[in-house]
Design a protein around this ligand. Structure first.
Ligand code: M6R
Length: 601
């Protein structure tokens, strides 16, 4: 959830920390802070709200020559978003930044309080720093650090600095952390975005690794090995594409980018002869009779879309699980099931834990993910990258578009292996697949229309997004987008289900966004819309077929395949959410209470 950075070297430590935090701000942004050890003295500052508040507060400070520091941008889990609860947390002469949750902190806190320690914050993190200082009284720094690690339970990526040593101590368990090297400089970050362009020789820590860096070098170990080798992984330079490029928001840029990134997603994978997924070559899918898809949020919605495709086209039994539910339901896991996790970030804690459970049960696992080297990619047996590029808007757009594309390719890959489609049918699907980048282009007239009509949809008591078949998960995704950035209540529903209760809410103040496909269950969906219209719900119809009973109509291109309709409708619903949020003057890219990457349970 939070973002952490660290630096040791001769450059301007404050600038490096603040620039790194700026890149990570999308992960959590209710407060931020830094601590720098400069010539034996600490400088530390924190500010609530966005990073520019911290930038203003630290304007007067600059380190000279060699120094080291740590920084943090927070998404509150324990304790309100106040300055006291912001990181770095401190003891007498020690500062720490932490991403994750220390689960046994209450127990440790009581123990420390009994010994006379006074706490400055309500966070779980602070116990670490006091416990460290307690052990430091009788042990060396590194021994005290290790002893503290043994006492804490939960998930963490931790950086700690203490006054009597020009060293950064680190540990990783369940939350992402990496170390980058360039000449004599050392960089830490919870995600590579913070260090792109600064270093290109990195080590992605595995769970259980810990150690320290100082001016002389670094040391990495774990309980299994006293000397872990540096991985020397390299980073792609993606910085330029991560800028806004003239769009008002990252979300807008990312909606407009979808056509291009979809082309990247398909590149080299959709051939005239069929789908080529080298990642799955060989015998990987042999013996698989069922597919279980597991994810959270938007990624869950894309999984649901693919469940329709997998059963329809590949004739494979398929179920979809919300990761946070799956973890605790004591699921029945059979060895002939392929377990597929879907995640943009590859760091979502619930999805990662679900993956661990499936692996433990001996299932074959596949990750569909946007971030190479992420925890989920590293853990799964196989992975297919979605190639969406850096997604900065908290509300996912291009990640969803590319996930659906990969899942559809995956479906066709199985269909061709099992011959569940005829040659002609497969050819037709491949042709349609190649056409999705075009269907996802944002047309000026569509954007203008949505912009204009969005003003009607700012008030009222709620929204229903409705659709049938795989337009139902698209309705779920449309409602999720709207909720996230407009803060208006919205639900996605299967059109046919409205009459079983929700229609009781219908009146002119209830807004229905109807996703009316001309290719799938057209008449049935139309009847459901009429039922709502008869009860005076204000309705916006999104379709290629003119529906004269709607209050508003968003006209789409006429296609002969539902997946092309799907992609254009997806764009229309994304634009609608964004334009409503703009009119409400909300922060489109960093909506309240959210974080880009949810690395806590
Ligand atoms: O990184 P992941 O795809 O695993 O993230 C899962 C959800 O947290 C994420 O999709 C969330 O719902 C987005 N904010 C949706 O826009």
């Amino acid at each position: 959830m939070c973002g952490i950075v660290g630096y040791l070297g001769n450059s301007n430590t404050k600038e490096i920390l603040l620039n790194g935090l700026k890149e990570l701000e999308y992960r959590g942004y209710d407060s931020a802070g830094i601590a720098i050890l400069d010539n034996g003295a600490f400088y530390s500052n924190k500010a609530i709200g966005k990073l520019h508040n911290l930038e203003e507060k630290t304007e007067a400070f600059n380190s000279k020559g060699f120094s080291l520091g740590i920084g943090h941008t927070r998404w509150a889990t324990h304790g309100k978003p106040t300055e006291q609860n912001a990181h770095p947390h401190y003891g007498t002469d020690t500062y720490i930044v932490h991403n994750g949750i220390i689960e046994n902190y209450q127990e440790l806190k009581s123990e420390l309080e009994k010994g006379g320690v006074r706490f400055n914050s309500q966070t779980d993190t602070e116990v670490f720093v006091h416990l460290f200082e307690f052990y430091q009284k009788s042990l060396g720094n590194y021994e005290a650090f290790q002893k503290t690690l043994k006492r804490v339970e939960g998930a963490y990526a931790i950086l700690l600095i203490t006054k009597n040593s020009e060293t950064i101590y680190f540990a990783k368990e369940g939350s992402p952390l990496m170390l980058g090297l360039k000449d004599d400089e050392k960089f830490f970050a919870s995600s590579d975005a913070a260090v792109l362009g600064l270093c290109n020789d990195v080590h992605f820590f595995e769970d259980g690794e810990f150690g320290y860096v100082d001016a002389k070098g670094f040391h990495i170990e774990s309980s299994e090995s006293k000397d872990i080798a540096f991985q020397h992984a390299s980073l792609a330079d993606d910085k330029i594409s991560a800028q806004k490029e003239g769009y008002r928001f990252f979300m807008e840029k990312e909606i407009y980018e979808q056509s291009d990134v979809l082309a990247d997603t398909l590149r080299g994978r959709v051939l005239d002869s069929g789908i080529s997924l080298q990642e799955l070559d060989g015998e990987f899918l042999d013996g698989i009779n069922e597919i279980k898809l597991c994810a959270c949020g938007t990624s869950y919605n894309s999984a649901l879309v693919s469940s329709y495709l997998l059963e329809r086209q590949a004739k494979v039994r398929c179920s979809v699980e919300i990761a946070s539910e799956f973890r605790y339901k004591e699921p029945l896991l059979l060895k002939d099931t392929l377990f597929v996790v879907i995640s943009q970030s590859g760091e979502t804690a619930d999805t990662l834990e679900a993956l661990k459970m499936a692996k433990k049960a001996g299932l074959k696992t596949l990750a569909i993910c946007n971030v190479d080297n992420s925890s989920i990619v590293r853990l799964a047996d196989k992975s297919i990258l979605t190639r969406a590029g850096v997604e900065k808007g908290v509300a996912s757009t291009k990640a969803f578009a590319t996930q659906v594309a990969v899942l559809w390719m995956f479906t066709l890959f199985i269909a061709q292996q099992k011959s569940t489609l005829t040659k002609d049918e497969l050819k037709q699907e491949l042709k349609t697949l190649r056409a999705i980048p075009k269907a996802a282009i944002v047309k000026d007239e569509l954007h203008e229309k949505v912009k204009r009509l969005s003003k009607r949809y700012l008030h009222g008591h709620g929204f229903f997004f409705i659709g049938r078949d795989l337009f139902y998960p698209l309705a779920l995704e449309g409602a999720l987008k709207l909720k996230e950035i407009s803060y208006l209540h919205a639900e996605g529903y299967p059109s046919g289900e409205m009459k079983h209760g929700p229609i009781a809410l219908a009146d002119p103040e209830l807004f229905t966004i109807a996703l009316l496909s001309e290719n799938i269950l057209f008449e049935k969906t139309k009847s459901n819309m009429e039922e709502l219209g008869a009860r005076d719900s204000t309705m916006c119809c999104v379709s290629s077929h003119f529906y004269d009973k709607a209050d508003d109509f968003i006209k789409l291109t006429k296609y002969d395949h539902y997946m092309l309709e799907f992609y254009e409708m997806m764009v229309a619903t994304q634009l609608l959410s964004m334009e409503i949020a703009v009119r409400l003057e909300n922060d489109v890219d960093m909506p309240r209470n959210l974080a880009k990457s949810v690395t806590v349970e």
